[in-house]
Design a protein around this ligand. Structure first.
Ligand code: MG
Length: 315
């Protein structure tokens, strides 16, 4: 069932799939490299236009993604040169070196909107992180790469509580000013609510950053991810991060739910008549089947309500 596009909402959005990176890095179980490669392939085959493949983070911090280089090489073998268009996270200059060696053409950096999370996640102050990212972004741009910047804790921080909108805008502007092409605003602990979304998008617009340069990265910890997505659609946002099957339990909250599930997002977009690709859009059934398959690999059911509804109790 499809309906005509709702007035004032975008006609098309880009679903930026983060399951293989953000999902699997937060899963307790270690997934074999060939299973990861099949996961990425299946997500691409389902029509997802952007699939972030992995992170070149030090294995000491994220052992789940210690096989990043092997995965990229395996993907090049399996799907050819287009594997190098899949975004990869590079936490720092050393990560970028590894992405450059493999010929990757799209990288992402991961910054913090708060002092405490910058200290805990990057071992830098809020201010120092920009000096760390500057050469990484500059070298990536000089190499002709696309650069995305994540900004975490934009809607609340587990140690600091509410995060002032001006602080988020200032940090986001600095990442864009370094040369990032897109800024993904993360509700890392899922505490944000719909009213905050419009305020934040408006504050960025007032600072000269339109919604076309922003993406939203919602977590469903408090069950607000789709309400927040709807508010973001109304504010003109057209890129949404999501994780197939809702993979990736939130590491900073005692909850089974983390990332917004790709299937939950696709279900709502379909109901709104909002396109997700050319010409048919992302194949929801194929994503559900992929998530059900991955849930079996991980040995636990998907937290996505849509996956559970469409895949049945056997998922
Ligand atoms: Mg996430």
């Amino acid at each position: 069932m499809t309906t005509a596009p709702t007035p004032q909402l975008p006609e098309h959005v880009t679903v930026y799939e983060v399951g293989p990176r953000d999902g699997l890095q937060n899963e307790a179980g270690r997934v074999p490299t060939d299973v990861k490669a099949e996961f990425v392939e299946r997500l691409l085959a389902a029509g997802l236009p952007v699939v972030e493949a992995t992170s070149f983070v030090h294995p000491r911090w994220v052992p789940q993604l210690a096989d990043a280089a092997e995965l990229l090489e395996l993907l090049v073998d399996r799907i050819g040169d287009r594997a190098r268009d899949l975004p990869v996270l590079v936490p720092n200059d050393r990560g970028l070196d590894r992405a450059l060696e493999l010929g990757c053409r799209h990288v992402a950096i991961f910054g913090s909107a708060t002092e405490t999370f910058a200290q805990r996640n990057l071992n830098r102050s809020l201010d120092e992180q920009f000096a760390m990212f500057e050469p990484t972004v500059r070298r990536a741009r000089d190499a002709g790469m696309q650069v995305r910047a994540y900004l975490s804790m934009c809607f609340g921080d587990p140690w600091e509580g509410a995060v002032p909108v001006e602080q988020v805008v200032t940090a986001g502007r600095r990442l864009l000013d370094l040369g990032a092409g897109q800024l993904s605003l993360g509700d890392t602990i899922g505490v944000g609510t719909a009213g905050q979304v419009g305020d934040l998008v408006a504050a960025f617009a007032a600072a000269g950053v339109g919604p076309d340069r922003l993406a939203m990265h919602f977590h469903d910890t408090y069950g607000q991810a789709l309400a927040n997505t709807y508010a973001a659609l109304q504010a003109g946002i057209t890129t949404f991060d999501a994780s197939a099957g809702g993979l990736g339990g939130c590491p900073y909250a005692e909850s089974a739910t983390g990332n917004l599930a790709t299937e939950d997002l696709l279900w709502m977009l379909r109901g709104l008549g909002i396109g997700t690709g050319d010409p048919a859009g992302v194949d929801l059934d194929a994503v559900v089947a992929t998530s059900a398959w991955m849930a079996r690999q991980l040995g636990r059911p998907s937290p996505s309500a849509v996956v559970r509804a469409l895949a049945g109790s056997g998922s």
